[in-house]
Design a protein around this ligand. Sequence first.
Ligand SMILES: *[C@@H]1O[C@H](CO)[C@@H](O)[C@H](O)[C@H]1NC(C)=O
Ligand SMILES: *[C@@H]1O[C@H](CO)[C@@H](O)[C@H](O)[C@H]1NC(C)=O
Ligand SMILES: *[C@@H]1O[C@H](CO)[C@@H](O)[C@H](O)[C@H]1NC(C)=O
Ligand SMILES: *[C@@H]1O[C@H](CO)[C@@H](O)[C@H](O)[C@H]1NC(C)=O
Ligand SMILES: *[C@@H]1O[C@H](CO)[C@@H](O)[C@H](O)[C@H]1NC(C)=O
Length: 261
Amino acid sequence: MAWNVSGLMRMGRFLLLVIFFLPCEVTSSVLTVNNRTENYILDTGLGSQESLECAVQNHTREEELLWYREEGTVDLKSGNKLNSSSVCVSSISENDNGVTFTCKLQRDQSVSVSVVLNVIFPPILSGDDFQTVEEGRDVKLVCSVKSNPPAQMMWYKNSNFLNLEKNYQVLQTSESLQLSITKVEKSDNGTYSCVANSSLQTETKDFHLIVKDRTVTMPIEPIIAACAVVFLTLCFGLIARRKRIMKLCIKDEDPQRDTAL
Ligand SMILES: *[C@@H]1O[C@H](CO)[C@@H](O)[C@H](O)[C@H]1NC(C)=O
Ligand SMILES: *[C@@H]1O[C@H](CO)[C@@H](O)[C@H](O)[C@H]1NC(C)=O
Ligand SMILES: *[C@@H]1O[C@H](CO)[C@@H](O)[C@H](O)[C@H]1NC(C)=O
Ligand SMILES: *[C@@H]1O[C@H](CO)[C@@H](O)[C@H](O)[C@H]1NC(C)=O
Ligand SMILES: *[C@@H]1O[C@H](CO)[C@@H](O)[C@H](O)[C@H]1NC(C)=O
């Protein structure tokens, strides 16, 4: 039985070798997307529509084509697969920026042409419009940005270029511009504008920071402890006094007893 299994395995390996060394069918077929044989970048804009037509050239037989959006296959109608195939990308949004569409030959997927969408759009800013912070606390204003081409970013306060004072710290990433304020003071109250300047457009978003008075918080634990001490003192006091009161009562009763006797 064991011999049989290893025999089968050897046979399997042999078959695999045979398959590997079988002369591959030479694919002379070439793919084109919108008449281009090489991968390329397609510049487009928001709301646009792009049609990508993939066609097989120099084919000796009928070829089936596949389309991929990134790693996922695109569902194609049956009449849109053989020898040529089109996909239409409509209502292009900023989220389509950088997305790759690839056409492949079904029979030999190494034959492919890719198109990367380069969606050009003005800066899009987002974040919390209003933030309330207590005096003395730390706060962070986060201005999220999407822009292609990338925008030059800066903060303004009450329409003046933000003076980077001691308690301000600015951090810029590809996705946001942040302003951290430590130990907020009353004077930090105001409107902070996040400005994104791209070659297409300058966009501004206002962030309102409202600095509240410091609220005096009662330390709860010491209060409980103090209450307990007061309560216990009262209790002991009462017990001690009760003994004295009792004694007084007994003394008071004694003369009556005397008189009664
Ligand atoms: C591809 O080329 C053909 C002929 O040269 C032309 O008719 C067709 O419009 C082109 N297609 C695209 C998408 O450019
Ligand atoms: C098709 O084949 C011919 C001859 O083999 C060649 O000259 C031509 O460049 C090929 N076309 C493409 C698109 O590769
Ligand atoms: C695809 O191309 C092959 C070879 O040129 C041809 O025989 C076949 O009819 C074509 N099929 C379609 C659906 O165009
Ligand atoms: C604090 O800033 C907000 C937002 O800019 C503003 O509406 C408000 O009047 C300011 N309050 C004070 C006391 O300056
Ligand atoms: C935006 O940047 C351009 C140069 O890149 C400059 O000329 C322009 O003044 C800037 N606009 C603002 C509002 O900063």
